[in-house]
Design a protein around this ligand. Structure first.
Ligand code: NAD
Length: 447
């Protein structure tokens, strides 16, 4: 099948590459000429495990091409996927300016039987509005389908190639049939292809993200209570997770959710609910808990030093909003860095892949370290923000030796608190009994 993907970001690049991998003829279009120039030179603009190899293979096989020109790509296409960004406006609602400009850019080039497939996350009612707009522009009806994307950055290829389910919203069954054929190679393990109306499909994406965000804010709130009452959230997690009605998935306490989806999608859903006359009590709370949770690590460090951070040096491990991606959109690390810099601290950071994106924001206001251990040189305490695998089993002897005081604030509960105490660390996780509250302000090196 001939396919065009409009928007070559985290979703579009994966979508185009995976469809090419299953034998389709794919052209990816982006307005960012620098991105397209790099892709045409074989340089991959994002970090996603395994993606570079797959792109090279499909480009060499001439199944995957990149261009800035919709008119060169679209006239032959049977399916035109829209996967441009849909960020949030100041009021939290979805900003569709870029999306509508992409719709307008493809309109004049669409063939008669082309299907416009909306993969961008868009508020309910948008797909129907796309159909109306294309009809107005072209003077004829155009097939429009909603096909929300559920991939997770960091394991996006696996998610796309082996989806739990594929959701499509359509107004005509023959459109669903075309998409069913397209996705068939990825559904060989009997995972469902779910067909519904446009509105249900649009809602499915938001409801999924809102549910996941709710689980995170719920466990974070419970963790904060545990910490105050002498309970351990790790034990409580196990205590509840074995109840099959609850389970373990997505109930890890931490420093709040970030990324390009949960924060904006929860807020967009809040606006949609309000516009529908429904008061979104739960989602308002989910968002508020998350905003507060992103401050927790800073508050712990601040308290440890008795509020005196000026002249202190803090090491940070992990900048990406989650492991296995270089995406730092709405990352909790940015809040911690902002607060530490504003308080006059010196900040030394390491992340396996996200440092260049962070450097674009902070420039030389941070010290970027090639290894996690380099961050510890001259640092008084260590804060862990992202749970990269390589942080899970570090050389604690080196950490103790290098840190001025053996204090770790762990925003992801990577280590066993008892073991950390035995190793001589003051260790503070999320929702654990705190062992780091400084009695006299700054912590001191203990043996
Ligand atoms: P992104 O910002 O990484 O990529 C968007 C791309 O679209 C950019 O490269 C931009 O240059 C390009 N673009 C903008 N206007 C264009 C136009 N008129 N023509 C062609 N290209 C244009 O965004 P993303 O993270 O890939 O997200 C895309 C959509 O998918 C969003 O709606 C998002 O909510 C949704 N989504 C994202 C994820 C994720 O993990 N990132 C997962 C599921 C769904």
């Amino acid at each position: 099948m001939k396919i065009v993907v409009i928007g070559t970001g985290y979703v579009g690049l994966i979508t185009g590459t995976c469809f090419a991998e299953s034998g389709n003829d794919v052209i990816c279009v982006d307005v960012d000429s620098e991105k397209i120039r790099k892709l045409n030179l074989g340089q991959i603009p994002i970090y996603e495990p395994g993606l570079d190899e797959l792109i090279v293979r499909n480009v060499e096989a001439k199944r995957l091409r990149f261009t800035t020109e919709p008119k060169d790509a679209i006239p032959q296409a049977q399916c035109v996927f829209l996967s441009v960004g849909t960020p949030q406006r100041d009021d939290g609602s979805a900003d569709l300016a870029v999306f509508w400009s992409a719709v307008d850019s493809i309109a004049p080039h669409l063939s008669h039987d082309a299907i416009v497939v909306v993969k961008s996350t868009v508020p309910v009612g948008t797909n129907a509005a796309v159909a109306r707009r294309l009809q107005d522009l072209l003077g004829r009806p155009v097939h429009v389908a909603s096909n929300p994307e559920f991939l997770k950055e960091g394991c996006a290829l696996e998610d796309f190639m082996k989806p739990d389910r594929v959701v499509v919203g359509v107004t005509r069954p023959e459109v669903a049939q075309v998409l069913r054929e397209l996705y068939q190679p990825f559904l060989r393990t009997e995972h469902p292809f779910l067909v519904m109306n446009l509105e249900s499909s649009e809602m499915t994406k938001y409801v999924a993200n809102c549910m996941l965000a709710t689980k995170i804010s719920f466990i974070n709130e419970m963790a904060n209570v545990c910490e105050q009452v002498g309970a351990d959230i790790n034990h409580v997690r196990k205590g509840i997770g074995h109840d099959q009605r609850i389970g373990f998935a997505f109930l890890f306490p931490g420093v709040g959710y970030g990324g390009s989806c949960f924060p904006k999608d929860v807020r967009a859903m809040i606006r949609v609910a309000e516009q529908s006359g429904i008061e979104p009590h739960i989602l308002e709370a989910v968002d508020a808990v998350n905003v507060a949770q992103k401050e927790v690590l800073f508050q712990k460090v601040h308290k440890h030093f008795g509020g005196e951070l000026k002249g202190r040096t803090i090491a940070i491990w992990g900048l990406a909003f989650k492991p296995r991606t270089d995406d730092i959109r709405e990352a909790p690390s940015l809040i911690l860095i902002d607060r530490l810099l504003a308080a006059g601290a010196t900040v030394r950071v390491h992340d396996p892949v996200a440092m260049e994106n962070v450097r674009k924001i902070y420039g030389d206001r941070l010290t970027y370290c090639q290894t996690p251990y380099d961050t510890l040189d001259g640092a008084e305490v260590l804060a862990i923000v992202t749970e990269w695998n390589e942080f899970r089993n570090p050389d604690f002897g080196v950490i103790r030796e290098k840190l001025k005081s053996p204090v770790i604030f762990d925003g992801r509960n990577l280590f066993d608190p008892m073991r950390m105490t035995q190793l001589g660390f003051h260790y503070s996780g999320i929702g654990l009994e705190s062992k780091t509250d400084a009695k006299d302000g700054a912590g001191s090196k203990t043996t």
